[in-house]
Design a protein. Structure first.
Length: 82
């Protein structure tokens, strides 16, 4: 299967999975873990412009604002370490 077809399949799975489970962290983590090597393969096989377009599509699917990332990181720390 070509990397372009797998990237399209990844987008379909992300479009179904993220809204269905309320965009939970583990689902996003699995999608990111699968998407990073796929993005590298796609970029290697089809060039950097295709890779950038796929990266943009992936970010749009998994949009997680930086403020939420900072809040998540702070939440996991022990309050005595601040």
């Amino acid at each position: 299967m070509s990397p372009l077809a797998l990237a399209a399949l990844w987008l379909v799975v992300a479009a179904v999975a993220v809204p269905a489970v309320g965009a939970s962290g583990p689902v996003r983590a699995v999608l990111i873990a699968a998407g990073v090597p796929l993005l590298g393969w796609l970029t290697w096989a089809h060039g950097p412009m295709t890779g950038l377009l796929a990266l943009g599509a992936g970010v749009a699917m998994l949009r997680w604002p930086p403020a939420e990332i900072v809040a998540w990181l702070r939440r996991d720390r022990d309050p005595s370490e601040r």
